[in-house]
Design a protein. Sequence first.
Lengths: 231, 231
Amino acid sequence: MAEILEQTDCKSCVFRTWAFDKLTREELDLINQNKKEVYYEKGEIICREGTPVENFLYLQKGLVKLYKTEKNDKEHIISIAKPLDFIGLLGIFSNKKHINTISVLENSTICFVDLNIIKQLMKNNGEFALDFIEKISKVSDDVLNTRLNINTKQLRGRIAFILLFFADHIYENKHFELPISRKEIAQLIDMSTENVIRILSEFRKDGIINIEGKFITINQPERLQKIYDLG
Amino acid sequence: MAEILEQTDCKSCVFRTWAFDKLTREELDLINQNKKEVYYEKGEIICREGTPVENFLYLQKGLVKLYKTEKNDKEHIISIAKPLDFIGLLGIFSNKKHINTISVLENSTICFVDLNIIKQLMKNNGEFALDFIEKISKVSDDVLNTRLNINTKQLRGRIAFILLFFADHIYENKHFELPISRKEIAQLIDMSTENVIRILSEFRKDGIINIEGKFITINQPERLQKIYDLG
DNA sequence: CGCGGCTTTGATGTTCATCAAGTAAAGTGG
DNA sequence: CCACTTTACTTGATGAACATCAAAGCCGCG
């Protein structure tokens, strides 16, 4: 179950240098007093569609997914955030309510910072505001560009993408354990579960990857890259 | 050809109340001195992929499209901006170069505001910065959500979307002239030109719409809405 | 007036989702 | 710990949705 952790000081947080670097010591203290580090276990939901946006969320450790629930109860995964990522999209500035749900893929530590405090600091400290926006707008921008990209590709290209995504972007290792099910891969790159499996098997038969349950080894990354590039 | 217009004062600009409302008189004057209103004709390109981001662009009048050029020289349209829209995405804050091209669909007047001035004002005036971000982050967020939405729908749903988009969102009229070709519709909602035409004809045969060249009349908006909703 | 791009329709083929059916793995309650 | 249930995974077969190809008329433009 989720539990509130012993709080660490923002001054020594890696995220500070990324997004809170333009704050004065006093301002950072204000953040420090209005944040909460919470530990979540796999499967737990951090925030739900339709609930009020109250916090800026930052992932210290672990892995989470951002998704929407469609009419037919199907889930559509929009993005996966890794440690040191700001979680969520810029919608937090334009929406009163969450339009996505966020849940935990690997046991995670998440830092909740009161959004009103952030907004207050932005008002008071324009330099921080600008710097902050430059940083986090990149996240939203990346998500959009990734989605556009994926949707121009056919299934093999999408599977290649997701394998390279985990290997290069998330784990920085050619051997890794898939943090999500085949079904979730399907929900993330817009295809059927069966075809996820089929194409993974195909890649395995071709010697491009090895599969042992959730464990994947990429044997021929350059070939995978080519499949991705060609679409 | 593009031509620089006689400049109007920002004080009397509609856009001011939308995004520049938190500026002081002096700050607004600074914008006023560092902006340029330019008139473009249909087909002209306003800014090109790969060129440096130097301005904040605001569409006063007309219609423009934002698109990417793929490897095979195909264009992929990302969004269409209408008057009073901020053009572009939040990438302007995180990228040094444009990642999209913007071109004109209907003769347009565009206001170029020096981005460095905007940034400077954000630094100096946090209240403006926060307000500004809340406003324009909505644009990026909408684009992302629209794309996610379109990609869950099948072709009929997409065509229904685009017809309702022009009728309700752009022209606010059930009768309108399509500002883009069938091919461009295809590029915007990710399908083949032939199928755009086929499904439009189908809708016409079913009496849902009338077509006379570029002119469309929506006879049964509620039916179109249902087709959109069902996907 | 002729050329190229846009539009349209039909025919064909490919890609992909869906269905079905079976195995393996992972929870669940006694 | 074992029977039970559910969920995940896997493969093959089928059909639907869609892109592509082909051919012809149309329109605008130099």
